[in-house]
Write a protein that binds this ligand. Structure first.
Ligand SMILES: *Cc1c(COP(=O)(O)O)cnc(C)c1O
Length: 346
């Protein structure tokens, strides 16, 4: 057996949370209808509408990549462009799926501090050209919380919305870690979606304690038109949909989704606090959600690897990403810090 101790490599290294697992087992009792016509799917959709206090339309897909790509394809046609941050998952981690499913929409990249897009960045790209030879800007994609572990405030998003409105751009939110953003801001979920003109949100489940499954939540009903066909064609209409939907019911019905996100954020805050006290460690971004990014001497990272720790280096070699999950324990944090201090001496 390989070692199974907790890691900070990604928040999707964790298992299934008890609430999702219990609902999954409930859904497993007896037969139900297939392809999303079951009672679990109906209940999950109702719980999302209650959560957002909005008449949103909800679809379930198996991966964040599928959710983002299909949602963006609903916003942008083949001759359009989509504006996102240089480090956005849709740009660097989806193997061109948004371009593929939109049949060629071009992704245009903007910069911005701490992994965040700015209204200025959007406006610069949206007004760069107005002629027919340029891929027409049609959508903006933001990640909440961001790939740098930071969070857009409601004010940030309202400013982005104004830029989007001014330039006729739809607003898509990659919410693989949406729960962590809500936990961080302590706001109502609609305060950073419906109230900020978000047209479609891809709400992440797998990094929040589900085994599988992300929810695509449309606040703009026109954009959801025929989305069911997009999902089916892309192989995302699960015949046993109740096994995704029930897990969502499990985490939504008693607020577990938010409790788990809060726990993960608190763990990251503790890591951040301890790392900032270590002179050889440079923390890169303000810690606002469940991730901490830290620059370390390369031999120290090698020594940590030798001690069994695995890291993602999304911001390049010499920088490690530490993601906390719903089940991260204080013991794991303590063990990591102890090993890190020893590795710095080695
Ligand atoms: C994990 C993640 C996704 C979804 O990834 P899949 O592997 O396709 O499920 C999307 N966006 C961000 C920012 C992520 O971190």
């Amino acid at each position: 057996m390989p070692p199974t101790h907790q890691q900070f490599t990604s928040d999707n290294c964790s298992g299934i949370c008890p609430e999702a697992l219990a609902a999954l087992l409930e859904a497993n009792a007896g037969h139900d209808r297939s392809y999303g016509d079951d009672r679990w799917t109906a209940e999950a959709c109702e719980l999302f509408r209650a959560l957002f206090d909005a008449d949103c339309q909800v679809y379930f897909v198996l991966t964040g990549t599928a959710g983002n790509a299909l949602a963006l394809a609903s916003a942008a046609s083949s001759y359009h462009s989509i504006i996102c941050h240089r480090v956005a998952h849709v740009e660097v981690d989806e193997c061109g799926a948004p371009e593929f499913f939109s049949h060629g929409a071009k992704i245009l990249l903007a910069d911005g501090e701490d992994g965040k897009l700015t209204p200025k960045g959007i406006r610069e790209i949206a007004t760069r050209r107005a002629d027919i030879h340029y891929p027409k800007p049609r959508a903006v994609s933001v990640t909440q919380s961001t790939e740098a572990g930071t969070v857009y405030s409601p004010a940030d998003l309202l400013a982005l919305r104004t830029a989007c409105r001014d330039h006729g751009l739809a607003l898509h939110m990659d919410g693989a870690r949406f729960a962590n953003a809500v936990a961080s801001l302590g706001c109502a979920p609609r305060a950073i979606t419906a109230d900020c003109g978000v047209d479609v949100l891809v709400f992440g489940g797998s990094k929040n304690g589900l085994s599988i499954g992300e929810a695509v939540v449309f606040f703009n009903p026109a954009m959801a038109d025929e989305f069911d066909y997009r999902c089916k064609q892309a192989g995302q209409l699960l015949s046993k949909m109740r096994f995704v939907a029930s897990q969502w019911v499990g985490v939504l019905r008693d607020g577990a989704w938010l409790r788990h996100a809060r726990h993960a954020n608190d763990c990251a805050a503790e890591l951040d606090r301890q790392l900032r006290a270590i002179p050889q460690a440079t923390v890169l971004f303000p810690r606002q959600a469940n991730g901490v990014f830290v620059r370390l001497p390369p031999p120290t990272i090698a020594e940590m690897n030798r001690r069994g720790w695995r890291f993602s280096d999304t911001f390049g070699p010499g920088t490690i990403r530490l993601m906390c999950s719903w089940d991260t324990t204080p013991e794991t944090i303590a063990a990591f810090i102890t090993d890190l201090k020893a590795a710095l001496e080695a």
